[in-house]
Design a protein around this ligand. Structure first.
Ligand code: ATP
Ligand code: MG
Length: 697
């Protein structure tokens, strides 16, 4: 590559960014505030590695926080190095990377090829069943048990490891964990934390697999490094060989997933564990106006335990004042937001330049209603997503079972959907037999059917076998389809041969409300389209010396499972074929890394942000959760490019109870900071919601 080209690569970067992008091959840490171009550096660095350092794309792994971010990254890099090159690049989330490694080395990892991945809902259902089987009488909910099990796994503790050491809390927890662990193995399924833990164990215990990866990956780049947990950190340590370099970019001020095990001190650990590390700091913010940045700087300055105090300096002028809007109730607040969007849209701002961010998902309900009534098109990120819908989960369960006949969980879901007279009682009988024989439910069905062929078996057994053979024959038919059909045809067969489409069509007719939400059979059709899009995309490059399974159905299901996780994906629900500009609604958590011209932070108030619980903790002297709320508010504020509206209500109805609320303590803190200054010198203006007209001047 000529020096002209490398100049071109560095052209749109400032000095600090250039330094990071063109750094000699080494471990690099870029630590900088919001909007300073960290993600831009990461993407440019990949192009630099390929074009200047002559690395092959297949030697590079880029890990980002969401699938959406990964996709965007691939698109941007494709523009620089071409579509065919970018296919060789591994750019995805930690979970997808681990899944891919486990698929390639399933046997070495102690799994059978075709293993299934449990998403959060299925995992919770799984645990719920175990809890009822052992007649659990404690206080924990299945979802709480699930998250405790994840915590164990993040600490690399297997059930056997906690059996003796874990004495606190609920004595049943260890028992549930133990049964869960064994059943996951016998059913050949893994949950999300298991993806990581098992990969870490694979790399640790299998030298040849580890060596292969060491030779393959020359450069690993990680975005949003402040939100990695210790398991992910261990994974990086194992994956990087003596010749591998890591570039980590992040911002300790934006660490917002501590509640899920993320640990921003990994940034300082990185400096120690990967020494020598070249550290680059960036200061200039390219995203927001100075007024917005002043609000953000003031808020975060009061945070404790920052690794590196940073002050964002803008490049975009002072800008309009941040509007703090005091509303009588949440109804007034949502009307204000909707009316403001209408007005600004009429002035030429496209709908997709707006984002409404909130602390909790519940807050979106009212906003949804008001936006719909006003005819403003919108998309909700992280609401109930396509793949979580019951009808889609049913179709997927058929496919899961097809791939992995040991998956009892999937079988239970669909053995009687659509109804085929196999009731609870039959399933219980079946489970008992399976339990005694130590075989899967599906094997047991087969066994019973064969057994009932004998003339001398009792009549009840014959009739049981007859019912079950309806289901069994259906699965056999699908098995034949799998052998002869391509992916989209197979998915069509699944929804049609099983009777699912007809079943849901009837249901749709009955509910007959005509709402989009009720078109369940259409969602099933949509699944076929998804499969056909997926079929046309790549399956990824096979690993050398690996038994990577390129079965399209397996790939499709894996992909679907990972993208159905709220944590991994900020993919929104879109109506069919919608390509119009949409207002973005999401939680502040989901907004990380994104930017919008106009941002509304709704419910910036007492009991919501900081959350009720964190404020309580704070009063009792525990700062952790409270500090994290502060960082979350900082993330919210720093998403805005040009205009920021921060609103709060004086009263809000939560779970049917109307409570007096008021401005967030964070807001009061900021205002106190500027009270000596003249209104003109303050970065904000406090108003009532009825001043729309004047707002727009
Ligand atoms: P966050 O902390 O929110 O993830 P970030 O540090 O990753 O932010 P980017 O998203 O990379 O920041 O950049 C913020 C915005 O600034 C983007 O619109 C980006 O294109 C722009 N930008 C970054 N660097 C420059 C530059 N040198 N010149 C002009 N614009 C820039
Ligand atoms: Mg970023």
């Amino acid at each position: 590559m000529s020096s002209l080209d490398s100049d071109f690569l560095l052209k749109n970067l400032n000095e600090g960014q250039k330094e990071a992008v063109s750094a000699p091959l080494s471990n690099v840490l870029v630590i900088a505030g919001a909007g300073t171009g960290k993600t831009r550096v990461l993407v440019s660095r990949i192009s630099w590695l390929v074009q200047v350092e002559n690395l092959k794309p297949r030697e590079i792994m880029a890990v980002t926080f969401t699938n959406k971010a990964a996709k965007e990254m691939q698109e941007r890099i494709a523009m620089l190095i071409g579509e065919s090159n970018v296919r060789m690049l591994w750019a995805s989330t930690f979970h997808s990377v681990c899944l891919r490694l486990l698929r390639s080395y399933s046997r070495q990892a102690g799994l059978q090829p075709g293993f299934g991945v449990l998403d959060t809902d299925n995992q919770t259902a799984f645990i719920k069943r175990i809890m009822s089987e052992i007649d659990y009488i404690g206080e924990l909910k299945p979802s709480e048990v699930a998250s405790k099990i994840s915590k164990f796994k993040e600490r690399r503790q297997r059930a056997a490891d906690v059996a003796f050491s874990y004495k606190e809390e609920d004595p049943y927890l260890v028992k549930i964990y133990d049964i869960y662990e064994r059943e996951c193995i016998s059913q050949n399924v893994v949950d999300f934390s298991e993806l990581l833990l098992r990969t870490v164990e694979l790399l640790e215990n299998n030298e040849s697999v580890r060596d292969l990866q060491h030779r393959r990956f020359k450069e690993i780049l990680v975005d949003e490094f402040q939100d990695t947990n210790s398991l992910q950190f261990d994974f990086l340590k194992l994956l990087a060989g003596p010749q591998t370099h890591i570039m980590a970019v992040g911002d300790d001020d934006q660490s917002i997933y501590g509640w899920r095990g993320a640990d921003y001190t990994n940034m300082s650990n990185f400096k120690k564990d990967f020494a020598p590390v070249k550290t680059v700091l960036l200061k200039d913010n390219y995203r927001s106006t100075q007024n917005i940045l002043d609000m953000a700087n003031t808020l975060i300055a009061k945070g404790s335990e920052r690794l590196l105090p940073k002050v964002l300096e803008g490049n975009n002028g002072v800008g309009s004042k941040v509007n703090i809007i005091k509303c009588a109730s949440e109804y007034v607040e949502s009307d204000f937001i909707v009316n403001t969007i209408k007005l600004l849209h009429a002035k030429g701002i496209s709908y997709d330049d707006f984002a409404v961010l909130y602390r909790t998902n519940q807050q979106s309900l009212l906003l949804e209603q008001r936006l719909s009534i006003s005819g403003i098109p919108f998309v909700i990120y992280g609401g109930q997503k396509f793949f979580e819908r019951a009808e889609i989960q049913d179709a997927l369960a058929y496919m899961r079972l097809l791939l992995n006949p040991l998956d009892d969980q999937a079988l239970r879901r669909i053995i009687n959907v659509p109804p085929r007279r196999i009731g609870e009682k039959v399933v219980t009988q079946l489970s008992d037999i399976a339990y005694e024989r130590g075989s899967s439910l599906f094997e047991t069905i087969k066994m019973l059917i064969d057994y009932a062929k004998d003339e001398n078996v009792p009549k009840e057994l014959k009739s049981l076998a007859k019912k079950l053979s309806v289901f069994y024959d259906l699965m056999e038919k699908l098995k034949a389809c799998r052998e002869s059909q391509n992916l989209p045809d197979l998915v069509r067969s699944v929804i049609e041969i099983t009777g699912l489409v007809d079943y849901y069509k009837q249901k749709d007719l009955k509910s007959n409300k005509g709402a989009l939400d009720n078109q369940k059979h259409k969602n099933l059709e949509q699944l076929v389209s998804n499969a056909s899009v997926f079929n046309n995309e790549r399956f990824g490059e096979a690993l050398e010396n690996a038994e990577e399974n390129l079965d399209p159905l397996l790939n499709f299901i894996s992909n679907v499972t990972l993208s159905s996780s709220t944590e991994l994906n900020a993919e929104g629900i879109e109506g069919e074929g919608q390509r119009q500009a949409l207002v973005n609604l999401m939680t502040m958590h989901a907004s990380k890394g994104l930017e919008f011209k106009v941002v509304f932070l709704a419910g910036f108030e007492k009991n919501l942000l900081p959350s009720f619980r964190s404020e309580n903790d704070f009063r009792e002297g525990q700062r952790r959760a409270y500090d994290e709320e502060r960082r979350l508010a900082y993330v919210g504020i720093t998403r805005a490019q040009e205009r920021l509206f921060i609103s709060y209500a004086l009263s809000r109805t939560v779970y049917g109870r109307t409570e007096n609320t008021g401005a967030s303590s964070f807001l009061r803190e900021i205002v106190a900071q500027y009270k000596e200054q003249k209104p003109d010198d303050r970065p904000y203006k406090i108003s009532l919601p009825d001043i729309l007209g004047s707002l727009l001047k």
